[in-house]
Design a protein around this ligand. Sequence first.
Ligand code: HEC
Length: 158
Amino acid sequence: MKNKPLLIIATLTLGLVSLSANAELTFRNAITGEPLDFSFAKKGGDPEAFKQFKETGKNPYNGNAEMVKKGHDLYMTACSGCHGHNAEGKLGPGLADDYWTYPANATDKGLFEVLFGGANGMMGPQYVNLNTEEMLQIMAHIRDIYKGDPAKAKWLDK
Ligand code: HEC
């Protein structure tokens, strides 16, 4: 058949388009690279917001004043003891500047991966204490207090 290669390309393209319609990104542990298992996630929160995040990798709460405020309050109890009240760094590194031990933290997907799955040493997985909604709120707070180079704020990239 003369048009076979074309047909194959068309079929592949169609397949990709339908796949990408509702595809979720793969989230991985920052240290081991293992896919994160969301069945461990603490219950609660808005499943729609989290679903949207899993598909886009963009935190739907960024810039949302109400969510930023909730994230601030959660940050104060869950994170400030180790990262400092203004995320200036203490036991753990600063989170408001543009230096990241894990460069992927300049994206919301990367930041979520460290929050959910943890990193080294005292940075344990947070799914034990926080549901995914609360993680997105804390992330929105962290982006809100960012003091680094605006050009390095990769989470704002389209
Ligand atoms: C018990 C202390 C402790 C608590 C509580 C804690 N962290 Fe951490 N965090 C650490 C340490 C230590 C590291 C460095 C780990 C590493 O380099 O692998 C870290 C690393 C991180 C990183 C990676 C930073 C980078 O430069 O790439 C992020 C992001 C982070 N923490 C966010 C949070 C948030 C948000 C919370 C609250 C939900 C939190 N942590 C709670 C101790 C803590």
